[in-house]
Design a protein around this ligand. Sequence first.
Ligand code: EPU
Length: 339
Amino acid sequence: MNIRHILLKDVVSFGIGGEADIVILSKEEDIVEAYEYAKTNNLKLHILGGGTNTVFKDGHSNTLVAKMEMNGQTIDDSLQKTENTEDVFITAMAGEDWDGLVKYAVENNLWGIENLSYIPGTVGASPIQNIGAYGAELSNVVFSVRAYDSVRNEFVNMKKEECDFGYRDSIFKKNPNRYCIVSVTFRLLKNGKPVLFYKPLDKLKDKKDLTLKDIREEIIKIRSSKLPDHKEYPNAGSFFKNPILSRVESEELCKRYLTAPIFKVSNGYKIAAAWLIEHVASMKGVRSGNVGTWPAQPLVIVNYGNATFKELEDFSNTIMKTIENNAGIRLEREVNFVE
Ligand code: EPU
């Protein structure tokens, strides 16, 4: 096993993190070896994909970081036959770039992931937090996930139903680092329908001969205008989840804030965290030292310079405390903080 010592801030999009050992995973055997090495040497193991949703602490880490770099993707004809369907099954390895897969699907006229265009990160990370955007969620197109289960010490093929998907949640998120995702099989549609009910997309509704490419281009336009490019302004996308309120909580909030944007979802009432940050905490576009909320989308916190973990933690705690004190709502981090 080839172990290197690195600065973690160099391998994550937030640009924060101290020193640790890193090992590259290029094949299934590497995964088993990495878990064994970590166990023998009393290290925690952390599987890293693109590093676009992770923040490591400063200082020396007692973690062995295992970077997933298994690549490749194939169309699975045998599945198509056994499932007796017109759909197309694509298996992509965990280390593949997520947006590369979306681009491939769009160019090959396969429906299902176009609304998830331009999300940074890898295929292997996508089921962990069940990535979602513009009315689409990964779980809608996942057929199965292959992973190494470090508790059972074996590779497992999990059907979508076994993945326990929820809003930015899954069995993988609930059991951090128990599973190392190896590949994901997606079921895409040759003949799909556009999902355009999210506000910024509804202008495409009347477009004649709307193509997958039109949808992808529009989403890239929207995302580039609202979300900072992490190569220029290091960040990890949405920093918090959108909280789900009970009916009573949502009614209370509406009484105090007449314009609160609340959306009915299956398990309650979703309130936009960006709105809470802007209107309840008055912290849109606010900067504190090297960190700050992005002026065009305050749900994103950016690293404006050499931000430390402590700075980021304090700033995000201030946002959380202010919203809790003013509206009684507890925000939950969406970004992964790793010891
Ligand atoms: N809003 C404000 N002020 C702002 C921006 C937004 O009040 O400056 C309010 C508006 O009411 C707006 C609402 O927040 O309608 C929702 O904003 P937006 O549509 O931009 O999306 P979001 O709920 O803030 C979620 C995802 C994003 C995803 C977008 C698009 C989460 C935590 N975030 O953000 O995902 O791209 O929807 O569908 O669910 C990510 O996970 O990293 C991510 C970027």
